[in-house]
Design a protein around this ligand. Structure first.
Ligand code: 13P
Length: 343
């Protein structure tokens, strides 16, 4: 992951991090990566690890790396809630972990700054020794995903740029998730978001202070109306809602965003495709009859995002370096963990 993000910074593009729970989602991402020649981040939350049994996910992603050797691939833990969760992911084979110390281990209650620094630092020390990348979070995102989250609109704990600087300095994280008013799930905004609810000015202020730090945007599904419409056309009951417009994400990418988390858009694409098949041909009962269109619908969304985020065309720019080499880089200081701070 560290190499993937450093390369994205060099190339001035962002990399989508797509959540998975099953084989079809992994296949959709890899086919989209092949189609667009993109490096990829596949991520699994704690919920995904327990739903699928994480060993299945590990071997499916290993299969993906064997089947698509030309695609640089990071396997990332999304929203680790404790040192133990991150440790178990690293021991299983994840090449990157998120320690979300913005919340207490219950995954719901906001933690203090000091608690966040302490647990994140501990994960960074353990991970870097083993060549594994760490994402931290400062500020608290809105919404709840897979049971993880403080809820709310995401405006309650927007990241303070000074705290972001202190957090980056004290923890040595490789990537920094910030809270700028986005939230997990489909219901982010009640109308097209403007600067009063989506705080791109805060993101830019953080980037100006930490110009070399890889920023991460969570809750970044765009929740496009066409995907909502398919779900509702075939018996779904989604309420009117807005996500994060792609042009705002692109503004973020011009200001240090290197990783963009997307889950909901793919969930909508999959559900819409399955609903359509079951609605139009109720006599069908072979799961492949609806999982194949579902996989294709997700691939279409992922390929589009890969193009919009700018990662398309970059899979062949570099050769993945080994985890052991990355560990040496952290140990000898070639891979910096000290952020560049501008005033
Ligand atoms: P969405 O719900 O906007 O897709 O966000 C996913 C996410 O941030 C995962 O960490």
């Amino acid at each position: 992951m560290r190499q993937l993000l450093d390369e994205a910074a060099k190339g001035g593009y962002g990399v989508g991090a797509f959540n998975v729970n099953n084989m079809e989602q992994i296949q959709a991402i890899m086919e989209a990566a092949k189609q667009t020649t993109s490096p990829v981040i596949i991520q699994a939350s704690r919920g995904a690890r327990s739903y699928a049994q994480d060993r299945y996910l590990y071997h499916l992603i290993l299969a993906a790396s064997e089947l698509y050797p030309e695609i640089p691939l990071a396997m990332h833990l999304d929203h680790g809630n404790s040192f133990e969760t991150c440790k178990s992911a690293i021991e299983l084979g994840f090449t990157s972990v998120m320690m979300d110390g913005s919340l207490k281990p219950d995954g719901k209650t906001p933690a203090s700054f000091e608690e966040n620094v302490e647990v994140t630092r501990k994960v960074v020390d353990f991970a870097h020794e083993r060549g594994i990348t760490v994402e931290g979070e400062i500020g608290v995102l809105g919404g709840i995903e897979d049971g993880h989250g403080a809820g709310g609109s995401g405006l309650e704990h927007v990241t303070d740029p000074d705290q972001a600087v202190e957090f980056a300095e004290k923890t040595g994280v490789d990537a920094l998730a910030i809270a700028i008013g986005t939230s997990h799930g489909a219901y982010k905004f009640s109308k097209k978001p403007d600067g009063s609810v989506l705080k791109m000015d805060i993101l830019i202020a953080i980037h100006n202070r930490l110009p070399k730090t890889h920023l991460v945007m969570h809750g970044s599904s765009s929740v496009p109306k066409d995907l909502q419409d398919v779900v509702n056309q075939y018996g779904g009951k989604l309420k009117e809602t807005w996500g994060v417009p792609v042009e705002e994400i692109q503004l973020g990418i011009r200001n240090g965003v290197r990783k963009i988390n997307v889950d909901t858009d793919n969930r909508l694409a999959i559900t819409g495709a399955i609903r359509k098949v079951l609605w139009e041909t109720p006599e069908k009962f072979d799961p492949r009859d609806y999982l194949k269109p579902a996989r294709e619908a997700m691939q279409k969304v992922v390929a589009l995002r890969m193009t919009q985020f700018g990662q398309a065309g970059h899979a062949g720019d570099y050769k993945p370096i080994s985890i052991a080499e990355i560990a040496r880089g952290y140990a000898d200081g070639t891979l910096s963990t000290k952020p560049l701070v501008a005033n």
